[in-house]
Ligand binder design. Structure first.
Ligand SMILES: [Zn+2]
Length: 340
């Protein structure tokens, strides 16, 4: 707007009018096309952000990530959004510029809604190749910042300054919830800690978030056996990690199936875009609702809204894009299920 100072009054009016028209057009576009999910009466919500790597890799797409965050902030009260979960592959290349963009995007939630971030394969290793587990996550989202939140539970005790494995808690209408976040292809020693956290919080409903757990066919990731599997964690360089690498099948066996309070597992990652929803029974005969959500190639700003009823028993799932104002109605994106 600086240049407007040098314009004639007429020109300045034209610029202001054009901007006003543009912003009105934007508002109208959203208003006209918006088919937002109906809020569940007296319910609450968790918002899930699937892989955002392309929004940060291509600067012209960055507005979609920011729009997701703004929509969450704007709708915090409407849906009683308790938590925001990022499924990983926040960045494409695990570099300073992309993490800084991510930090600025998440800043839009500050003071509105707490969030938890899982790291994906693109968030670790040299240029996001997952050749090792180094990540800039902790520089841009340091554990010391989370510690100021009353909902923050803690991190894997062996690595107090690393947030890749962490948990958060909150309660709504007397129901307690725990968000457990595990790193990409968790190491062996993470399971001892994770099992202890879930056991200690047996009165809490657990939602597990990890980047790669199940593929787009609803099959748990496992070691490559025929080479046709779509990007299991074992395909990446961290398979050589001396501390181990565990895939979806391992996570199910070593953690999820053992605890009847683990209710929901959510992951992203699966290439190409993928949606899957599978219900499995844990060792106690309890139902575990497992879902994949990834829109990284459509890249239309779609996020997932999990709406819980007042008692936290019935879950309504909508995939909604605050960019296009549309709900995705395809199979495995529009779900309703009941928790045990
Ligand atoms: Zn991935």
């Amino acid at each position: 707007m600086k240049s407007a100072k040098f314009c004639s009054t007429g020109k300045r009016f034209l610029i202001i009018s054009t901007l006003t028209l543009f912003s009105l057009f934007q508002q109208n576009t959203y208003a006209k096309e918006t088919a937002e999910p109906q809020p569940v009466k007296d319910g609450f919500s968790i918002v899930v952000i699937p892989d955002t790597q392309h929004y940060l890799m291509r600067k012209k797409l960055l507005y979609k990530f920011n729009r997701q965050m703004d929509w969450i902030a704007e709708n915090k009260k409407r849906y009683d959004i308790q938590y925001v979960l990022h499924l990983g592959d926040v960045t494409q290349n695990n570099n300073e510029a992309q993490w800084e963009m991510a930090r600025k995007a998440f800043k839009r939630l500050n003071g509105k809604t707490p969030y938890a971030i899982a790291v994906g394969n693109h968030d670790v290793g040299l240029l996001g190749t997952a050749d090792n587990r180094s990540t800039l996550l902790n520089k841009y989202f340091p554990v010391k910042n989370y510690k100021k939140w009353k909902t923050f539970g803690g991190v894997f005790e062996g690595e107090p300054k690393r947030g890749e494995n962490c948990y958060h808690t909150f309660s709504v209408n007397k129901t307690k919830w725990l968000i457990l976040v595990l790193e990409f292809g968790p190491r062996d020693k993470i399971f001892k800690w994770a099992n202890k956290v879930v056991e200690k919080h047996s009165q809490y409903n657990v939602v597990l978030v990890t980047h790669a757990y199940m593929d787009q066919f609803g099959v748990l990731y496992k070691k490559m056996t025929n080479g046709l599997e779509t990007s299991p964690p074992h395909r990446y360089g961290i398979k050589n990690d001396k501390e181990g690498l565990n895939d979806g099948e391992d996570i199910w066996k070593k953690l999820v199936s053992k605890h009847k309070n683990i209710k929901i597992v959510i992951c992203g990652h699966t290439p190409p875009d993928g949606l899957a929803y599978v219900v499995s029974k844990g060792e106690s005969g309890n139902k575990v609702h497992q879902m994949v959500v990834n829109y990284q190639h459509i890249d239309d700003g779609t996020l997932r809204l999990l709406q819980f009823d007042k008692k936290g028993k019935t879950v309504e799932v909508h995939d909604y894009s605050p960019v296009t104002g549309k709900i995705n109605d395809q199979k495995d994106s529009r779900l309703t299920f009941k928790l045990d």
